[in-house]
Design a protein around this ligand. Structure first.
Ligand code: PEP
Ligand code: CO
Length: 452
């Protein structure tokens, strides 16, 4: 195959390729100055953490771990607060305990946080009342208010994104070292909201069993730090704004290769996965494990070419394919791609993102997703892997620990009319705390059906 992998790679070799989904800065020299400055600052993560995650993802690809990736669609600077970071971490931890217990396997926790600030958009501009301005592309680029000042891309925002990522990660790391004591308290596992679900009894029994295990672990540990006192969270974000990513792309002493030390797991979004494009060029040279979103327009040939370029040596844990087709399309789109990858004899980690193929708009114009469509795509994805002799090794959600009303459905039966009450997302609708926990229960339920 004649493709770019034969050419030499460098942290900036992407600059000779076509780049998509980038803002137009009024003063490009100011962007260069900011990137030069960021290059001198300490990284956010270390190469050994990145290597450890790659090993864990390799184990997940072998079926010995399960990946839970979740968090914001788009982080915002103003939501970099103790409450929001803590509650997001708690729901992720709680979901991971449900999965650990229910799937009887270790869970790899990866947040969509500490750097998820850049968004691809379907249109570069937005028009309201005859006025056209650049689209909001995430807090690292501009601001959502519909004014010329807010929407003009500002390179200084890269520095704020770095600072906010560091502040977020600092709290995540501190909480990971013992901040979860209240998870052992029964009131933390109050799942009264489930009472209206036909599955309430089943889920209550699961929660009871988890509580018993947590108590049992406490008794066994006898006051010495137990395993819950230190839990690992890794970070991930879409590697979209390449000047920012390049600033954290570093050689590490005594290590081979080049790492992105701005996050553990960067991923390529659906809109920037062109074989000859800048994003694929940038990602192919990193040592990090990487994610690749796979949507309905992906062909077999393109997917195999991407795998060849991004993971030429079939490195265990290197590539996570994050599928996002939508509940309607997954049944026809996933099987041929799955078979094509299987026929190569390669091992990749398959992860299901049941959010991005199931976005719709209400009559009132709000973006939403139905809990029922999200779980339907997940369940079908589990079934398709099982039918093909493959296995689904992970799940990917957009969620928050807050009580928002952005997705429809779930045990509490949120309707379209509820959405206005607490719709805070600036981009995609997220599962709220209860919906996210219920989703973890439903993953367990499906998994157990397949494995009993
Ligand atoms: C996202 O994960 O927020 C996203 C934009 O996904 P995709 O690239 O799959 O559309
Ligand atoms: Co999104």
């Amino acid at each position: 195959m004649a493709h770019s992998s034969v050419a030499a790679w460098a942290p900036d070799s992407w600059t000779s390729k076509t780049i998509r989904q980038q803002p137009t800065y009024p003063n490009p020299a100011a962007l260069d100055d900011v990137v030069d400055h960021l290059t001198t600052l300490p990284p956010l993560v270390t190469s050994w953490e990145v290597d450890a995650l790659r090993e864990e993802l390799a184990a997940a690809a072998r079926g010995e771990r399960f990946l839970l990736q979740g968090g914001e669609c788009a982080e915002s600077f103003q939501d970099c607060t103790a409450d929001i970071i803590t509650s997001r971490l708690k729901i992720l931890l709680q979901m991971s305990l449900v999965l650990t217990y229910g799937l009887n396997t270790k869970v790899v926790r990866v947040g969509r946080f500490a750097g998820q600030y850049a968004k691809p958009r379907s249109s570069p501009t937005e028009t309201r009342d005859g006025i056209t301005l650049p689209s909001y592309r995430g807090d690292i680029i501009n601001s959502p208010a519909f004014t010329e000042e807010a929407r003009t891309p500002d390179p200084q925002r890269l520095k704020r994104a770095y600072t906010k990522s560091g502040l977020t990660l600092n709290l995540v790391r501190a909480l990971s070292e013992g901040g979860f004591a209240d998870l052992r308290h029964p009131e933390y596992w109050n799942v009264d909201f489930m009472q209206h679900s036909p599955l309430a009894d089943e889920y209550h029994a699961l929660v009871q069993a988890i509580e018993d295990s947590l108590r049992f672990m406490d008794v066994v540990a006898d006051g010495t730090p137990g395993s819950l006192d230190r839990v690992q969270f890794y970070t991930s974000h879409e590697a979209l704004l390449l000047p920012y990513e390049t600033a954290f792309t570093r050689h590490v002493p005594h290590q081979n290769g080049v790492y992105n030390l701005g996050t553990h797991l960067p991923w390529i979004g659906k809109r920037t996965n062109h074989l000859d494009g800048a994003h694929v060029e940038y990602m192919r040279g990193l040592r990090n494990p990487i994610g690749l979103k796979v949507g309905p327009s992906m062909t077999r040939t393109k997917l195999l070419d991407l795998i060849e370029v991004l993971d030429p040596d079939d490195t265990p844990g290197r590539l996570t394919l994050i599928t996002r087709f939508g509940a309607d399309a997954v049944g026809t789109k996933l099987p041929p791609l799955l078979k094509a990858v299987q026929a190569t004899g390669r091992t990749v980690l398959w992860c299901c993102d049941p959010m991005h193929g199931n976005t719709e708009r209400t009559e009132g114009g709000l973006k939403t997703r139905r809990f029922s469509n999200i779980s339907a795509e997940l369940e079908q994805t589990f079934d398709i892997h099982a039918a093909e002799g493959s296995h689904l090794g992970g799940v990917h959600f957009e969620l928050t620990g807050e009580d928002v009303t952005e997705c429809i459905g779930g045990a509490r039966g949120l309707t379209e009319h509820d959405l206005e009450r607490a719709y805070h997302s600036r981009v995609d609708p997220r599962l709220n705390y209860e919906q996210a926990l219920e989703m973890a229960f439903s993953v367990v339920r499906k998994y157990r059906q397949l494995h009993q």
